[in-house]
Design a protein around this ligand. Structure first.
Ligand SMILES: CC(C)(COP(=O)(O)OP(=O)(O)OC[C@H]1O[C@@H](n2cnc3c(N)ncnc32)[C@H](O)[C@@H]1OP(=O)(O)O)[C@@H](O)C(=O)NCCC(=O)NCCS
Length: 189
């Protein structure tokens, strides 16, 4: 997952924290009781994944508390290399993700991350998204999905969500000046 994330999200904040951090982040994410993840496999190799959770603030808090020693280690390492990144991480943990609005209907789940390894792109993303939607619809009581994504230089993802039935409900600018689009999709009841 860390490798796929690194290739799929170059220049993103989490990517800048390095593969070791990403590996621990995703290991914790898939073991969290509230997360819903699914993998796309090709001949035994993971080539894509989608993961989400209903409450990002609670999710980050649990991650921080459960594996505090790991995050303390990463925090120290990151502090030495990128001092401002630690403030960003703590803000995310205590106040929810800074990139997204936290307001949402309580029965909606956040699609936090979806990515496909480049050689497998072209329809693989839609296969993965539909499988993830089906898994949360069958096993859980969510009424809908929400997510945020960049507005600029992101036409592929914007087209991808639009063609898969997501509608733009909001635009906002993060503290770092990124313009984000919020998408939502209701699940059939
Ligand atoms: C988003 C992602 C999962 C989609 O996977 P995918 O396999 O490309 O998905 P699909 O092929 O089903 O859909 C992509 C659509 O975008 C279109 N597309 C490709 N490049 C495009 C571009 N530059 N601008 C607009 N549309 C584009 C494709 O033609 C396709 O549409 P179509 O089926 O109508 O022809 C994948 O591109 C990815 O991993 N991206 C990097 C990570 C990312 O951006 N994740 C989402 C951000 S929240």
């Amino acid at each position: 997952m860390a490798k796929i994330h690194t290739n799929a999200f170059p220049g993103f904040f989490l990517t800048s924290l390095g593969p070791e951090f990403l590996a621990d982040y995703y290991k914790s994410a898939i073991h969290d009781s509230s997360s819903h993840g699914i993998g796309l496999w090709d001949r035994g190799a993971l080539v894509g994944f989608a993961i989400g959770y209903p409450d990002s603030r609670a999710f980050y808090m649990r991650l921080l508390v459960r594996r505090f020693h790991k995050w303390a280690y990463h925090g120290l390492r990151i502090l030495l290399r990128h001092p401002t990144a630690v403030a960003h991480l703590l803000t995310s943990a205590f106040f929810g993700r800074t990139e997204e609005t936290v307001s949402k209907p309580p029965t909606y789940i956040l699609l936090a991350s979806i990515a496909v390894d480049a050689p497998h792109l072209s329809a693989a993303g839609t296969t993965l998204l539909k499988a993830w939607e089906a898994s949360i619809a069958i096993e859980h009581d969510f009424r809908g999905i929400f997510l945020t994504t960049d507005k600029s230089n992101n036409s592929r993802a914007i087209h991808f969500y639009t063609k898969n039935g997501y509608r733009q409900t909001e635009q906002f600018t993060t503290r770092k000046g990124r313009t984000m689009i919020r998408f939502e999709k209701e699940l059939a009841s």
